[in-house]
Ligand binder design. Structure first.
Ligand SMILES: Nc1ncnc2c1ncn2[C@@H]1O[C@H](COP(=O)(O)OP(=O)(O)O)[C@@H](O)[C@H]1O
Ligand SMILES: [Mg+2]
Length: 331
């Protein structure tokens, strides 16, 4: 591993554009979005100072006006986390497994990965506050992690973001595996589960709360994908989905729900889920994701309120900062 420069604080961005801003330039992000569909509002110039100076690690959201806002949430944030209502036993997550797989280790040392995701998290939480204030409702509390193709780092990013948000005092995280065909959240975390989101969608007798697995990481619980079916998209598109998803945040204004999803260009659940979330984080794998694939993928989630790019695994940072470059830190 090479030496890397310190990571600038999100409050004090350096003069160098962030990696994600570079991604926006590289992929001509706005142009792609403007071509994505007739329903998308035209790109506007940011009208707040915060929107003019996006934090390192995140592209300006689209539309930008609802970006970082220091205003308090309209709904009160729960000062104390409500106790889990799930009757399932607490799953113990092996910290060595997290370390081996380059995930953030709770109460572990500060690493480049944890710092990168801290920056991403700050930006997202500001965006969530703004959307809650704008009256978006429960959708403001939901984040979809998506990408065009397999192996671009969706699951990797979803888990690290969840682990990062779980450390927040005012929030808890529910990490949902919505990659129904190839679920990997449980195996990545080294835990076991049975029923999950698809069971609750397919069977009205299954309460989705009963499928949530509490973990021994404070503030983190997991909802497995559940049963495999050839009609996952149809279940997801049904009216019942709205009710099932609403139950995930019912009475929990501080909860953030993160959905890991299948590739947009390979399966339809991510595009369907995009209609239920306030934020979509599009993972772009440096040197792998083509501009064409990114543009097509963006077109499939164009209706989502806030879309942000997350550049994963880049090798072209002049400062050495990137998600991927520290994979295997400690070498
Ligand atoms: N930044 C990264 N650096 C190194 N390896 C990564 C990085 N992001 C993801 N990976 C690895 O690449 C593989 C594919 O990532 P994954 O998150 O499973 O992709 P997806 O969910 O998009 O299919 C996994 O083995 C994961 O650990
Ligand atoms: Mg995955």
């Amino acid at each position: 591993m090479t030496m890397h420069d310190p990571i600038p604080s999100p409050d004090k961005p350096s003069g160098t554009p962030s990696l994600i801003e570079r991604a926006s330039e590289m992929y001509d992000f706005r142009k792609s979005l403007n071509q994505a569909g007739p329903d998308l509002p035209p790109a506007e110039e940011p009208d707040t100072d915060a929107a003019k100076a996006p934090a390192p690690g995140m592209a300006p959201p689209v539309p930008p006006a609802a970006a970082a806002s220091a205003a308090p949430m309209a709904r009160p944030v729960a000062p104390v986390r409500p106790r889990s209502t799930s009757s399932l036993p607490v799953a113990v997550i092996d910290r060595d497994v997290l370390r081996e797989r380059a995930f953030i280790v709770p109460d572990g040392p500060v690493t480049s990965i944890s710092e990168e995701f801290r920056i991403v998290k700050r930006r997202l939480l500001a965006s969530i506050r703004a959307e809650a204030n704008a009256g978006l409702g429960a959708a403001a509390q939901r984040i979809l992690i998506c990408s065009a193709q397999p192996n671009e780092g969706k699951t990797y990013s979803a888990i690290n973001l969840a682990l990062s948000i779980a450390t927040e005092q005012d929030h808890d995280v529910l990490l949902v595996d919505a990659d129904f065909a190839k679920p990997s959240i449980l195996s990545s975390l080294g835990i076991e589960g049975q029923r999950g989101l698809m069971d609750a969608l397919a069977d009205p007798d299954v309460a989705v709360e009963d499928c949530i697995i509490p973990t021994d990481i404070r503030g983190l619980s997991v909802l497995p994908a559940g049963r495999q079916t050839n009609t996952d998209s149809e279940y997801l598109a049904s009216v019942r989905t709205r009710d099932v998803l609403a139950r995930l945040t019912d009475g929990r204004p501080g909860r953030i729900v993160i959905f890991d999803s299948p590739p947009l260009l390979a399966a339809s659940p991510a595009a369907t889920l995009a209609q239920h979330v306030g934020h979509a984080l599009m993972v772009v794998r440096a040197d792998v994701t083509s501009e064409r694939a990114l543009r097509d993928a963006l077109g499939l989630i164009a209706g989502c309120n806030q879309i942000q790019l997350l550049l994963n695994g880049t090798r072209f940072s002049p400062s050495g900062r990137s998600f991927g470059s520290y994979y295997g830190y400690g070498e």
